[in-house]
Ligand binder design. Structure first.
Ligand SMILES: NC(=O)c1ccc[n+]([C@@H]2O[C@H](COP(=O)([O-])OP(=O)(O)OC[C@H]3O[C@@H](n4cnc5c(N)ncnc54)[C@H](OP(=O)(O)O)[C@@H]3O)[C@@H](O)[C@H]2O)c1
Length: 243
């Protein structure tokens, strides 16, 4: 099976770092025209010198999201959309801040919804589309200090299921990928070295994932080879949630 994205237009939100960057690099290498988003007004030199189309958008700002959605609505082709941008501020329920609620719902849930609504209109006209929403194992199980994060990641699965039902007849397939623990900035910010070592012993595969191990699954779901898989949640966690 050979996967390629020649002549496809792909959007990856949060494509500047971590899982999103790896996905975006792969799409580019496989021939797609790739739009990525990041929060900085100017992209890094590496991104500037690449073939990416860079959009600056802060999903914490309603105005910024609105402008980005208007930009999407002005496009006449979008074949693949990866709703990847996400934030995680961990805290005990009683210590959560009001702004954590607002920010995490804005980035992790409002953005995927409004982006999906915009791209689905284009995909319906094309009678073609593949959407992958990035949730988390914490959209399937949860832990202390993950209340807001889990709420958003469970909700993302609801977005997948509901939109997949509406869009299937238009050949627009929508799925969720739920990573376990992946070596990215987000993970390094939230877990100490000691916590990471402890986690490794709880993961049947015995280690954290690398971004490419998540990206490979997303590439298949986004490709022409995926013709019958929709509305599903693929958990890529080295077996973590089963024990
Ligand atoms: N890492 C894990 O172990 C793990 C596990 C399960 C699920 N996930 C999920 O996978 C996705 C990617 O995670 P990651 O670990 O790759 O994250 P990451 O390395 O922290 O990268 C986050 C990306 O989201 C963008 N972003 C952050 N805040 C934003 C905002 N306010 N508005 C718009 N974009 C924003 C960042 O842009 P800038 O570079 O401009 O900040 C960056 O491109 C997230 O949805 C996360 O919840 C991650």
């Amino acid at each position: 099976m050979q996967i390629q994205f020649k002549d496809k237009v792909v959007l990856v939100t949060g494509g500047t770092r971590g899982i999103g960057k790896k996905i975006a690099d792969d799409f580019l290498a496989l021939g797609a025209k790739v739009i990525i988003t990041g929060t900085n007004s100017e992209p890094s030199t590496e991104i500037k010198e690449s073939a990416f189309i860079y959009c600056s958008v802060d999903f914490q700002s309603k105005e910024s999201l609105k402008q980005f959605v208007q930009y999407l609505e002005s496009l006449n082709q979008i074949d693949v959309c990866i709703n990847n941008a996400g934030i995680n501020r961990i805290n005990y329920l009683e210590n959560t801040l009001d702004e954590d609620w607002d920010d995490m719902l804005s980035v992790n849930l409002n953005a995927p919804f409004f982006v999906t609504r915009a791209v689905s209109r284009i995909m319906k006209k094309q009678s073609y589309g593949r959407i992958v929403n990035i949730s988390s194992i914490f959209g399937k199980v949860s832990r202390e200090k993950r209340s807001i994060y889990s709420i958003t990641k469970y909700a993302v699965r609801g977005l997948t299921v509901s939109s997949s039902i509406e869009l299937a007849k238009h050949n627009v397939l929508v799925n969720t990928v739920s990573p376990g623990f992946v070596m990215t900035d987000l993970t390094k910010k939230n877990l100490s070295e000691v916590e990471m070592k402890q986690l490794e012993s709880q993961i049947p595969i015995g280690r954290l994932a690398q971004p490419n191990e998540i990206a490979n699954v997303i590439l298949f779901l986004s490709s022409d080879h995926n013709t019958y898989l929709t509305g599903q949640n693929i958990i890529v966690d080295g077996g973590f949630v089963n024990v």
